[in-house]
Design a protein around this ligand. Structure first.
Ligand SMILES: [Zn+2]
Ligand SMILES: [Zn+2]
Length: 296
């Protein structure tokens, strides 16, 4: 292996490992005028106004929450008020709340909170069972009641910039929340709009059609920047690409279903087919999503 190739491999590995890294670093990336991110598992969004700061997602467990709180203190030392919201109830997105300082105002949509009450603890136990590292990270996780819940929309005024917290319907989960920083035309998209990542409906979350309906509402927001949870930030075209992929896959899966192909066989066949159709996507296992389409 020559040096150039070695370098490429190292850079590639660096990007991949940051995206899978459940211990967050204090390094930030600027996404748009008021929005920063810590890249990791998952990416954390930080929206900064003149008086207050909004953090989107907690990282896995309280020590990650504390890391984010430190970063926020450095980015905006004068802001007294800290708001925290979560894109959905899964542990890497929501189980780090205990690491934030007392007085942090926790907000999420009501459907997400329902899922948290039904399955939050069960998910923490599931994730803790996956590795000794995750067990340690989640050891002191608590899932407290939010200070504010909302049905469809909440507006948070941060001073000179507002964030709209939106619930458009079920996709990856039932309670997926989207965060729009209108002034920057930036969307923090959770798992709903990703950058070349095969979508995944978790448990009894949304359906392929409800996901498409959510994407239509997002498209109408006409954003310029998208910060997703488990992939690289990109421009507004990510919204159309997500829709293209899901409708394409849905159409093909329904065709195969009509022809009597089993869900398992369709999953295998379409994984190969879509690998050719979408050659720049790093991995292409569509079996799970095909199962969701068959079940709808
Ligand atoms: Zn999730
Ligand atoms: Zn996620």
């Amino acid at each position: 292996m020559n040096l150039t190739r070695l370098l490429f491999v190292a850079i590639g590995a660096g990007i991949v490992s940051a995206q899978n890294q459940p211990v967050l670093s204090e390094e930030t990336t600027k996404v748009s005028e008021h929005v920063w991110a810590i890249m990791g598992f998952p990416n954390i969004g930080i929206v900064i106004g003149s008086r207050a700061t909004l953090v989107v997602d907690t990282g896995m467990g309280p020590s990650n929450g504390a890391t984010i709180a430190r970063v926020v203190g450095k980015l905006a030392p004068g802001n007294r008020k800290l708001f925290l919201t979560t894109t959905h109830f899964h542990p890497e997105h929501a189980a780090g709340e205990a690491g934030f300082p007392p007085g942090t105002i926790l907000i999420r949509d009501a459907i997400q909170q329902q899922e948290m009450e039904l399955h939050g603890k069960e998910m923490v136990d599931l994730f803790a069972g996956r590795s000794p590292q995750q067990k340690e990270l989640l050891a002191n996780a608590t899932l407290r009641t939010p200070d504010v819940t909302f049905s469809n929309e909440a507006v948070v005024d941060l001073g000179g910039v507002t964030a709209r917290l939106l619930w458009f319907g079920g996709a990856h989960t039932k309670g997926d929340e989207l965060i729009l920083v209108e002034l920057d035309r930036t969307l923090i998209s959770g798992d709903v709009v990703q950058n070349k990542v095969v979508p995944n409906i978790f448990g009894d979350g949304g359906t392929a059609s409800s996901w498409l309906a959510v994407l239509d509402k997002i498209a109408a927001l006409n954003v310029l920047h998208v910060l997703p949870d488990h992939s690289a930030p990109g421009d507004g075209s990510m919204v159309a690409s997500e829709k293209q992929f899901i409708s394409d896959l849905r159409n093909r899966a329904l065709e195969l279903k009509k022809n009597g192909v089993s869900a398992a066989d369709a999953g295998k066949q379409l994984s190969v087919e879509f690998k050719t159709k979408y050659p720049d996507w790093p991995s292409m296992n569509v079996a799970g999503f095909v199962r969701s389409i068959y079940a709808e």
